[in-house]
Design a protein around this ligand. Structure first.
Ligand code: ATP
Ligand code: SF4
Ligand code: MG
Length: 374
């Protein structure tokens, strides 16, 4: 199966940032360049575009067969993602957050078809994505694109920008002549704040931010409806991050794009998302509207993550500093996998894995929340 992904590269914008400002300060101060346009009126953008149902992805990380036989070791599976269930409405953004190794990128790769899930299904416009991709899924490949973290690695250094962006246009038969391709490339470059003349340059002639913009332009070439963005701004300077995020928000509003947005940075997540999914060791432990999650986090892990950012979460509640380490995913704790780090853990937590369930308007997987202890 061939997957076509589009990658980031970003911006030739002037640096508006002040020394020492974080991305949240820049976003809030308006220093990040043009503010997003208001959403089109009366679009009724609330229908689910994508739906994941119990997605799971396990990797076989066993030693070679001979070693296993000699050392009498069983096969070893690493459960990178388990029971991931969520929907994203058209035109909205679901952000996935969580510590390194919790499975965010694996979810992203499953959604764009780079991995066949071990279990579960993923629907795009009510179409089973992996079943459709197995049969070719050309339309789906146009409709779902991905933006990666590293704008340096994601653009072919030997190709001119014109060829990089035009490749998916030719691949999907969206242009019939070189002139038409050039016109489309010019328009795409302008949509991400670059100039048409930039198409004659090579990737090394751009800054990191500009390269990420090129990647976004390439991702938009097939006129996708769903963009999976895996840490698209993490590799960028703080002030450039803010510019790119605002461009992405503008593009979303203009084109009714739907995003799955992965980020370590909760300030970024608060800026871009409508809903937030918090992942811990392969599972979604809390899924809530953004404002609810930041105002009243329910899961002890979500609270721990937010407590690491004092300014963002000044509710007066006693803080729990981030403590402990993420357990080895090859040997996860029994019961709730968060229990070794959780201040509210009890005997039930050590024995019984909590299921994600609707409680008080959010979805949360925690016995303490269910029992009214948190
Ligand atoms: N191809 C693979 N083969 C084996 N294990 C993998 C593979 N890809 C990911 N993993 C493992 O799956 C788990 C989840 O990895 P993933 O890259 O999805 O995490 P992440 O949340 O994106 O982390 P980060 O924030 O560091 O990018 C990790 O334990 C990782 O080592
Ligand atoms: S289930 Fe128990 S251990 Fe897990 S987060 Fe809730 S209180 Fe903590
Ligand atoms: Mg990742």
């Amino acid at each position: 199966m061939t997957r076509h992904c589009s990658f980031p590269g970003m911006g030739s914008f002037p640096l508006w940032g002040k020394a020492g400002m974080g991305v949240s300060s820049l976003l809030e101060s308006g220093a990040a360049g043009p503010r997003p346009n208001p959403p089109p009126e009366g679009d009724g953008a609330t229908q689910p575009l994508v739906r994941a149902e119990g997605l799971a992805m396990s990797f076989d990380v066993s030693p070679p067969l001979l070693n296993r036989i000699l050392e009498r070791k069983p096969r070893q599976l690493l459960h990178a993602v388990d029971e991931a269930t969520f929907t994203i409405n058209k035109g909205e953004t679901l952000a996935l957050v969580g510590e390194s190794g919790c499975g965010k990128s694996t979810v992203a790769r499953v959604l764009v078809g780079l991995y066949q899930p071990s279990r579960g299904r993923f629907f795009f416009k009510d179409q089973d994505v992996h079943a459709a991709l197995a049969k070719g899924g050309r339309e789906l490949r146009r409709g779902i694109q991905m933006i990666f973290q590293d704008p340096y690695a994601s653009l072919n250094p030997r190709w001119k920008v014109a060829d990089i962006i035009a490749e998916p246009l030719h691949e999907h038969g969206l242009v019939t002549s070189k002139t038409e391709a050039q016109e489309r490339v010019a328009a795409l470059l302008q949509s991400v704040g670059l100039a048409a003349v930039d198409m004659a340059k090579f990737p090394h002639q751009f800054s990191g931010g500009q390269r990420q913009r090129i990647s976004i332009a390439r991702a938009l070439a097939t006129q996708p409806e769903f963009l999976v963005c895996d840490e698209p701004t993490s590799a960028l300077d703080v002030s450039v991050q803010a510019q790119v995020l605002n461009i992405m928000k503008n593009l979303q509003r203009e084109r009714q794009l739907t995003y799955l947005f992965i980020s370590h940075n909760l300030a970024v997540v608060r800026h871009v998302s409508d809903h937030v999914g918090v992942m811990y060791l392969g599972r979604i432990v809390e899924l809530a509207p953004k404002r609810t999650l930041f105002a009243t986090p329910r899961h002890p892990y979500t609270r721990m993550l937010l407590d690491a950012i004092p300014k963002m979460h000044d509710t007066g509640r006693a803080r729990t500093p981030v403590q402990g380490e993420v357990p080895n995913p090859l040997n996860p704790p029994a019961g709730c996998t968060f229990h070794p780090r959780c201040p509210l853990a009890n005997a039930r937590c050590k024995a019984e894995r909590p299921a994600l369930q609707a409680i008080g308007g959010v979805q949360v997987a925690c016995h303490a929340v269910e029992e009214g202890r948190a």
